[in-house]
Design a binder for this molecule. Structure first.
Ligand SMILES: C[S@@+](CC[C@H](N)C(=O)[O-])C[C@H]1O[C@@H](n2cnc3c(N)ncnc32)[C@H](O)[C@@H]1O
Length: 543
């Protein structure tokens, strides 16, 4: 059955409107207890609740498949137990999470403010929303007024760090069971307590909770809540970036990390319900994993990120493999034997690989000539180039192309920095003003197609299956291929039947992109339009 397209819940057995969900998987509905029993007997018992939580010394609690899970299957849907703004952010509405724009107030620009506590909000509706009620009541009772004012579009406000933890602490009274659920999560407070960030949090959050709100919590409990957020929260964002929040999902947070994950997740609806999707088939007994970091970072950067923010040393298969499954994502060409080789294929030219990827201090050695460099040289080089890439002009393709060309003797075609530049180019070619698909000259259209193939090759190795990455690149690829076919046909370079054949190839790619992305928020109509346009072309009417 297709969970993605159904909008009104229908009973699994009789297809009539239904309200009760299956208590196990919470994915299917029943109109009555009798139909729930019948549905179970008729086969739901084989599909229900695809995971269980296990414990191991190495990983702590983690999620394991209780049966074979199919690619694309929804494993879990879950409401956030706690949600709030990011630790420091530009002003966002405390209720709906949307980024706020200032309005004209008398002679100055400022945000709409809650009439009681003075926090910037969207509107009176958001001011009265359930999620803001308790905190507003207590802040008002203690005569606390938020002092955030509009100063500039980019001003980041540290005051937001109090909101999410305050909501959890207030839950102790309003929803004690949920409070206990959240408090049972891993915090890593000992690892964080003496970090500079936690010294700031201590000064702001603890003072606010104890002295301003006069809530009966000790310093350790308050900091633990903050640390639980840092260890477990998911970054909830809307596709257009207008909404940015962090949320705790008690069950989903049992998922451990893997640098080649077997799931992806999305957030649906105003309630930000997390939906967990299997990107590859998962066998019974296998660990169900997510990535806590960026799949397109090299091993050095990923492991550093995980250690700093999630307090563990990742030792997954990818981290152990000095070639990162043959992508050589974090590696560079050897500067000694590089020039001597005429072979331009990755893996054939001398490549520097770590002598022990699980030890960041290990030296790096050329696979071909045995030349060594120290780990710190690798760090410096990597950081310097990362900084250069981050600061280049992003408004057009020129600087990205120049970056790839400038470092081609050092950075091979699937080095992580080159891949990031290629991703940026993929967005620019075909989408930016002056570079739309119809405006692109043939050689840039071909460049876009080549970029897609390069990125798909990396995606297949590092985020295999139905990842969002693969889905998005497939969409770009089919659009560019369709445009190329149209041009070739119009220029009489190919026959009509060859054009039809090429368009069928585009349609196959588009269908796969639809399968991957149709569940993503706001994608359904976009995808339907693209399928319709391509079908029209195939029908021969517009070609
Ligand atoms: C969101 S929690 C996951 C649930 C956690 N294992 C527990 O017992 O509560 C994140 C924490 O789990 C642990 N963890 C997750 N993935 C791991 C991995 N691949 N290797 C080792 N520890 C991991 C780390 O301590 C990490 O900070």
């Amino acid at each position: 059955m297709d969970f993605t397209t159904r909008e009104i819940p229908l009973c699994e057995v009789c297809q009539q409107p239904a309200r009760q969900t299956c208590g196990g998987c919470k994915l299917v509905y029943y109109c009555s207890r009798a139909h729930q029993k019948l549905g179970w007997k008729e086969g739901h018992k084989l599909k229900c609740c695809a995971y269980k939580i296990q414990y191991s010394e190495d990983f702590g609690r983690h999620m394991v498949a209780t049966r074979d899970i199919q690619q694309g299957e929804i494993i879990l849907r879950e409401k956030p137990a706690a949600i709030g703004p990011k630790i420091a952010c530009k002003p966002h509405c405390l209720s709906c999470g949307l980024k706020l724009e200032p309005i004209q107030k008398n002679d100055e620009l400022d945000f709409y403010k809650c009439s009681s506590c003075n926090w910037p909000m969207c509107s009176i509706d958001c001011e009265k929303a359930e999620v803001h009620r308790e905190e507003c009541k207590i802040m008002t009772k203690r005569n606390y007024k938020c002092e955030i004012k509009y100063e500039s579009a980019d001003k980041v406000e540290a005051a937001y760090c109090i909101i999410a933890p305050m909501r959890v602490l207030l839950m102790k009274q309003t929803n004690p069971r949920q409070f206990e659920n959240v408090m049972s999560l891993e915090s890593h407070l000992k690892d964080r307590i003496n970090t500079p960030l936690y010294l700031v949090i201590k000064a702001n959050l603890v003072t606010f909770i104890i002295q301003v709100l006069e809530l009966p919590f000790d310093e350790e409990t308050i900091l633990k809540v903050s640390s639980i957020f840092d260890t477990n929260s998911f970054d909830v964002r809307s596709p257009d970036g207008s909404k940015r929040l962090r949320a705790i999902y008690v069950t989903a947070s049992m998922m451990n990390h893997n640098c080649r994950p077997n799931t992806r997740h999305i957030y649906l609806g105003d309630d930000n319900n997390l939906t967990l999707i299997a990107t590859v088939p998962i066998s019974k007994g296998e660990m169900i994993t997510a990535t806590y970091t960026q799949s397109l970072y090299g091993t050095l950067d990923r492991r550093k990120h995980l250690k700093t923010y999630k307090c563990f040393d990742c030792e997954c298969e990818r981290c152990q493999d000095p070639t990162e499954f043959g992508t050589y994502l974090g590696n560079i060409y050897c500067s000694v034997c590089n020039g001597a080789s005429s072979d331009r294929t990755i893996g054939q030219r001398g490549m520097l690989v770590s002598t022990n990827p699980l030890d960041e201090t290990a030296s790096w050695k050329c696979e071909k000539c045995g030349y060594y460099i120290q780990s710190r040289q690798m760090f410096w080089g990597n950081n310097a180039l990362k900084q250069e890439l981050n600061t280049i002009n992003k408004s057009g393709p020129r600087c990205f192309e120049e970056f790839i060309d400038k470092y081609k003797a050092t950075l091979h075609p699937t080095n992580h920095l080159v891949i990031q530049a290629k991703l940026a180019l993929l967005q620019i070619y075909g989408n930016y003003e002056g570079y739309t698909l119809t405006e692109l000259p043939d050689y840039l259209l071909k460049r876009k197609i080549d970029l897609c193939h390069d990125l798909l090759e990396v995606a297949d190795k590092l985020e295999p299956g139905w990842s969002r990455f693969r889905g998005t690149v497939l969409l770009e690829l089919q659009a560019a291929m369709t445009m190329q076919t149209k041009r070739e046909f119009e220029d009489e370079k190919i026959t009509k039947s060859a054009a039809q054949e090429q368009l069928m190839e585009s349609m196959v790619l588009l269908q796969e992109a639809v399968n991957i992305l149709r569940i993503e928020p706001q994608m359904k109509t976009v995808l339907e339009t693209k399928v319709q346009e391509l079908s029209n072309l195939l029908d021969n009417t517009n070609l």
